[in-house]
Design a protein around this ligand. Structure first.
Ligand code: GLA
Length: 425
């Protein structure tokens, strides 16, 4: 077998004949093939997506992957290399029996079922398949492992359903952003997390060596080169995952909506005829000056939440200017500021993430660091001069365990392409 694939794709391909083909009972209707999709890191723009704001992610060279064969019936059978377990569900009766089937599946398989249900809802014709599911996006680590699995699922269905539908820019059934939206819907239903579009969009839009600026309101996007010869994107995993993350995330989302409603009301009370006031729909519409005018009238917690989001949107736009000017040092400064906001105002950090950022802050050559993704655990992103990566590694190895009792995992990522598939036989 060739080794031209990313490691999780290769692993899934090698595992497939061992876990599925030995029973001799299954009839396959297609050759061995694979489909995959990447996770992401977000340079800046955290929690801005569900506020109609801006984000600046890059898809990374860490993927979720399926390898398998089309079946002759409507059954989906999956083997997870990570959880070493089989799961199966049927396409019959979807999307109506989604809730019922969801109950009997573990978390990871619910995402696959969720995407299947959303695809069926659009009216496309899906076929069953058997596949091994593998991946190297740290699970629940703030690098969009669930979105990578969802987008890989959509790509797998496109591939295994043998042209039941296509994904692409022109003449395809779905645009990549439509796939992102379907996957976001699947995430809401599968996990109850009312996530924004950041993760799924970053995965479908991935391009090697590029970051993408996405306007989460208009869904317009622009690519910017993000490959600095002497700067590495280092991701450090705290090793911590917290159950509370989904409820705290949904709570932040409602707080942002409440802050928007209150500022709009105060503004309209002062200026009932003002069109700008009437048009306020989200924190995206509240400029720093307007926020400064009303913030004292908000409860403390809403002040903090809104203050963070408004500043974070500004940070994304500033970062884009700095990218154009090739000023990676100044982008690093913005990362420190972003972390401070996430920690003190938005309150989604935790002691382990703060410890990693603090350790990084003291290492010369680390240009900037901050927590990544939803928060309460997971990873930090660090922009590091490549010749300082070893010093950062040593500092983390020496101090993180001592300060937290945990081991951190350090990884270097590159901006990589979006979803893909391949015929193997
Ligand atoms: C999670 C969500 C995203 C986004 C980030 C925070 O990853 O899935 O939609 O809100 O948190 O930026």
């Amino acid at each position: 077998m060739t080794t031209k694939f990313l490691p999780p794709v290769q692993e899934a391909l090698e595992k497939f004949p061992q876990v599925f083909q030995n029973d001799g009972k299954t009839t396959y209707a297609g050759p061995l093939g694979a489909a995959w999709a990447p996770g992401r890191v977000n340079i800046i723009g955290e929690h801005t997506d569900y506020n109609d704001g801006y984000v600046l992610p890059l898809a990374v060279d860490r993927v979720s992957a399926f390898a398998g064969r089309t079946r002759a019936d409507n059954t989906i059978r999956l083997w997870s290399t990570h959880f070493t377990e089989y799961e199966q569900f049927t396409l019959e009766g979807l999307p109506e029996n989604f809730d019922k089937q969801r109950e009997s599946l573990p978390g990871w398989a619910r995402y696959v079922l969720g995407v299947a249900a959303e695809l069926v809802r659009t009216g496309v014709k899906l076929k069953g398949f058997d596949a091994v599911v593998s991946g190297d996006v740290p699970l629940g680590g703030g690098m969009s492992s669930s979105a990578a699995l969802e987008v890989a699922t959509a790509e797998a269905f496109a591939y295994f359903s043998q042209c039941g539908f296509t994904i692409g820019a022109e003449n395809a059934t779905f645009t990549p952003l439509k796939v992102a939206a379907l996957c976001q819907e699947a995430e809401h239903k599968a996990s109850g997390l009312h996530s924004g579009i950041l993760d799924q969009a970053a995965s479908v839009l991935g391009q090697p060596g590029k970051a993408v600026l996405l306007d989460c309101r208009s869904m317009e996007y622009h690519y910017f080169p993000f490959a600095f010869p002497d700067v590495s994107v280092v991701v450090i995993d705290t090793g911590v995952r917290r159950e509370l993350a989904a409820s705290a995330y949904n709570e932040r989302r409602s707080q942002c909506e409440e802050a928007t409603a209150r500022i709009r009301e105060l503004f309209l009370k002062d200026e009932p005829e003002n069109k700008e006031a009437r048009d306020i729909k989200s924190l995206r519409d509240i400029m720093p000056e307007l926020y400064a005018r009303y913030k004292a009238q908000l409860p403390q917690v809403l002040q903090q939440r809104a203050g963070y989001i408004i500043a974070e949107n500004e940070r994304v736009l500033k970062t884009v200017e700095l990218l154009k000017a090739n000023d990676i040092e100044a982008i690093g400064q913005i990362l420190w500021q972003g972390h401070a906001g996430l920690c003190h105002e938005y309150e989604v950090s935790c002691v382990e993430l703060d410890t990693l950022v603090d350790i990084a802050h003291k290492v010369p050559g680390v240009l900037g660091a901050r927590m990544l993704g939803g928060g309460f655990g997971g990873c930090t992103i660090n922009l590091v001069r490549t010749d300082a990566v070893d010093a950062l590694r040593e500092a983390v190895e020496q101090q993180y365990f001592e300060r937290t009792g945990l081991n951190a995992i350090i990884d270097i990522c590159r901006a990589a392409g979006g979803p893909g598939h391949a015929d193997v036989e």
